[in-house]
Design a protein around this ligand. Structure first.
Ligand code: GDP
Ligand code: MN
Length: 402
């Protein structure tokens, strides 16, 4: 094709993208959830006075003495019971060495010095010798250091760079954090649909995701992986929060397209009511086009990779991946995991680890227990205005009604 025609075509493509994005934004911005601005304000006021969201769930289950979960438990010293096929898993950068060492110290003190599960570290570039030396020094369990294959990390070839540039600008205008940081988009995609495909995890079933600079406050004296396996749980979380709806405008509609093609994957005992609630934050549901945005905060998760490897979840990921929202929007692995779990899993297989004291800034899970120290029992955040980001009440309402 002559150069001029190529340039013209490119300009036409860019113009088309700009115009479509503009139209989509107009539609999104000009479609109020219901009625006039005044009615909307009124409806928000009533909603928030019904659900003030300015304090943690009431009564706050973290304020009653929190013990170990019910069910089959394997304690230290129950040595006749086999260990689970599990790893502590951390995607981390070399420059986060101090942060991961500090978190390892917490995890080893509260849990792993008793159970000795191996650590597996992942990185998109090789780990430095210093990183390996200093992390291995934190544990007597074996550490593995794994490089992520390029084809699992790099932006896939079907993603159009011109659209990424234009849509990135819109994310910036919407104040979406990391809007233009491509590595962040790649990280979210890897955590959504790639980690469980890494060859190093081929024969591993359970993982506990650990992020640098997170804190663990409570002694855990039973084997959490065995707990999951013996009590037929698939996924464990500690914190349930709202997402920035502007980062996932088309995630729910794209999910509904996939579900329309594959209704057989939807579990009869799903958690769709939790996913679609519009009572508490109607604004979020409206901007996210039908999704409440409530999700398990995935910087902590204890999960069964066999679920993520299932046809239902993996095909779902592939569908999302081709739709492009990991790059054209800023779909996070937390809402993607949560929607997958909420639709394709029996909701009774989801477990709240309320006994695990945890902080990823700025949110805590902090139970009242003699086994905990360093956090305030029941506190969700130190910044009062952020209490309304907590949606665990919603999860109780629709899923853990007991
Ligand atoms: P946030 O919690 O959403 O603000 O995101 P983080 O910056 O904590 O990133 C989430 C996780 O991915 C952390 O464990 C980071 O160490 C890791 N991570 C983020 N970006 C990269 C990257 O480019 N390379 C690697 N190796 N890890 C990353
Ligand atoms: Mn983080």
């Amino acid at each position: 094709m002559p150069r001029n025609r190529r340039v013209n075509r490119l300009l036409a493509l860019i113009a088309l993208v700009v115009v479509s994005v503009f139209i989509v934004r107009k539609i999104n911005h000009s479609t109020p959830p219901q009625g006039s601005q005044q009615q909307q304000d009124e409806s928000l006021r009533t909603t928030f006075s019904k659900h003030p969201g300015s304090s943690p769930p009431s009564p706050n289950p973290l304020l009653q003495e929190v013990g170990e979960p019910d069910g089959i438990l394997t304690h230290i010293g129950d040595s006749d019971r086999p260990r689970a096929n599990a790893t502590l898993l951390s995607l981390v950068r070399n420059l986060e060495l101090r942060g991961i060492v500090r978190t390892m110290q917490d995890v080893e003190r509260t849990f792993n010095s008793k159970f000795n599960y191996p650590w597996t570290f992942f990185n998109d570039v090789p780990f430095t010798e210093e990183f390996k030396r200093r992390t291995q020094a934190m544990t007597k369990a074996p550490c593995r250091y794994e490089l992520i294959p390029k084809e699992h990390w790099e932006t896939p070839p079907w993603i159009n760079k011109d659209i990424v540039a234009v849509s990135g600008q819109i994310l910036v205008e919407d104040d979406i954090m990391y809007a233009k940081q491509q590595s962040y988009h790649k990280m979210c995609r890897w955590n959504s649909g790639m980690f469980y495909k890494h060859p190093a995890l081929k024969d591993v079933r359970w993982y506990w995701r650990i992020e640098p600079n997170t804190r663990y406050y409570c002694s855990i004296d039973y084997d959490v992986f065995r707990y999951m396996e013996d009590n037929e749980k698939t996924y464990g979380y500690v914190i349930n929060i709202y997402d920035a709806p502007q980062s996932i405008r088309t995630l729910w509609p794209t999910t509904m397209e996939f579900v329309a093609q594959h209704p057989e994957y939807v579990n009869p005992n799903n958690a769709i009511q939790w996913l679609t609630d519009s009572e508490i934050r109607p604004d979020h549901n409206a901007i996210a086009n039908g999704y409440s945005t409530c999700h398990f905060w995935s910087n902590f998760e204890i999960g069964d990779m066999d679920f993520f490897r299932s046809d239902a979840y993996d095909k779902y990921f592939e569908y999302l991946d081709h739709a492009g929202g990991f790059f054209y929007e800023r779909w996070g692995d937390a809402p993607v995991h949560s929607i997958g779990l909420g639709l394709f899993l029996d909701k009774s297989k989801i477990h709240w680890f309320k006994d695990i004291g945890y902080l990823h800034m700025p949110y805590y899970n902090c139970p009242a227990s003699k086994k905990c120290s360093g956090c305030h029992a029941g506190r969700f955040t130190d910044a009062g205005y952020l209490n309304r980001e907590n949606c665990i009440d919603n999860f109780f309402k629709y899923v853990h009604a007991d």
